[in-house]
Design a protein around this ligand. Structure first.
Ligand SMILES: [Zn+2]
Length: 270
């Protein structure tokens, strides 16, 4: 329910100025390349965006399951906290991962406590401090000079498959498909749909054909060997962005272990 305010307040509230924490600037791992006009604000230069801390409203939004599933929670929060992002769904998924870590750090500080139990004998649960700043600094930018060559996968039948990195919207769509099929028995049709959508979301065009329906039909008939070739090429060009891992020493056995943190907003922001 919307509550309408009866008065329009024109005087700026003097209480709010003191609460306004300055933002921090971060450079997207994609450097803002790939984006059509309107995805980022015109003021963005070199892929640098300003990130402001989350407020109590954002924390409520992020714990709304329906909004999370549709991707709306992240879109709304980005609109408020990273106002230079105009269309979150069209961002590359790797930029979204990166921005989530930036937002977490700007809102709650450099270190994130993670509870973890190692697999060694008599291991107990310990709290480890993940250094988000170090993670952000280690993020790899995409190499713009190699883009055109690297994003073509040539199949054994000679077809040239032009690949594009996944957008956040693609991920949401795939996620919804998977959630849907988890509630029921996965029938053959459902499984096929997931495979086709996964391929179609990373293929920009095949031999210059961009038609989504043609590409989907082509993906259905794609032999397994060619699917694997495409998957391999996707992985090799995907070597950029933020690695959500950090190294820690087990407090029980002293072994160095690698902890992977999840960017799932539910546990990442609460
Ligand atoms: Zn251990």
């Amino acid at each position: 329910m919307e509550i309408e305010s009866e008065v329009s307040v024109l005087t700026p509230n003097p209480l709010l100025a003191a609460l306004r924490i300055p933002g921090e600037t971060f450079r997207l791992p994609s450097q803002g390349l790939f984006y059509d006009e309107g995805v980022l604000d015109e003021s963005v230069k070199n892929g640098e965006v300003e990130v402001y801390p989350m407020t109590a409203i954002d924390e409520i939004i992020i714990s709304t399951p329906d909004k999370l599933l549709s991707g709306k929670a992240i879109s709304e929060i980005f609109a408020r906290c990273i106002p230079q992002i105009k269309q979150t769904h069209k961002l590359l998924a790797k930029d979204v991962d990166f921005l989530m870590v930036c937002l977490r750090m700007v809102s709650f500080g450099q270190f994130m406590e993670v509870a973890y139990t190692h697999q060694c004998n008599d291991a107990k649960e310990h709290t480890y401090n993940v250094d988000l700043q170090a993670m952000i600094r280690a993020a790899k930018s995409i190499d713009p000079t190699t883009l055109s060559q690297e994003y073509v996968s040539v199949l054994s039948n000679g077809q040239r498959v032009h690949l594009k990195p996944m957008t956040y919207g693609d991920i949401i769509e795939l996620y919804q498909d998977t959630m849907l099929s988890k509630t029921e028995e996965i029938d053959e049709k459902e499984a096929e749909k997931i495979v086709v959508n996964t391929i179609s979301s990373v293929v920009s065009n095949v031999d210059g054909v961009y038609d989504r329906n043609f590409i989907k039909e082509w993906a259905i008939h794609l032999p397994l060997g060619m699917k694997k070739q495409i998957q391999k090429d996707i992985n090799s060009v995907g070597d950029w962005g933020i690695e959500m891992k950090s190294q820690h020493t087990c407090q029980d056995c002293g072994e160095v272990m690698s902890l992977r943190i999840s960017a799932n907003p539910v546990n990442f922001f609460t």
